[in-house]
Design a protein. Structure first.
Length: 144
């Protein structure tokens, strides 16, 4: 992907707006919701495959963090839920450079020492209900 910033910006703005609206440091919209928000706000129509490709590239480059969530149910076994997204330091720096008014959040995340940032990530990963598990935990429990 040559110009990741142009593709990452609409997604990052939507994640930032959702986080700001719900007063959280994470969000978990469905893929269809992300596509609808990008189409509504920016007039860009993309497929789910394109969205997944963009999200994967953003994660590889350090703009966002993703955690796949799985819920254990008695009837179906495992139920896949929407992915939890967090904006990382590099993502907030991109938002700041683009002129997005996120100064309070940017100051906390960009200037935070590495230990505080790791602690925040641990807290976010511990916010799942008892029946939920991360995808990595699911994979490790089902290795053959």
């Amino acid at each position: 992907m040559k110009n990741i910033n142009a593709k990452a910006f609409p997604i990052l703005c939507n994640f930032h707006n959702l986080q700001k609206y719900y007063h959280k440091h994470y969000c978990f919209p469905s893929q269809l919701k992300i596509i609808a928000l990008i189409n509504k706000k920016y007039g860009v129509e993309i497929s789910i495959a394109t969205l997944n490709r963009w999200l994967g590239e953003m994660e590889l480059r350090g703009f966002i963090g993703r955690k796949r969530r799985i819920r254990v149910t008695k009837s179906n076994g495992y139920e896949f839920r929407s992915t939890l997204y967090t904006i990382r330091r590099k993502g907030y720096i991109l938002l700041r450079n683009a002129g997005v008014l996120a100064n309070d959040t940017i100051k906390k995340v960009v200037k935070a020492p590495a230990e505080q940032y790791r602690r925040a990530q641990e807290l976010i990963s511990g916010m799942f209900r008892k029946g939920d598990m991360l995808f990595s935990e699911y994979e490790s429990s089902h290795k053959t």
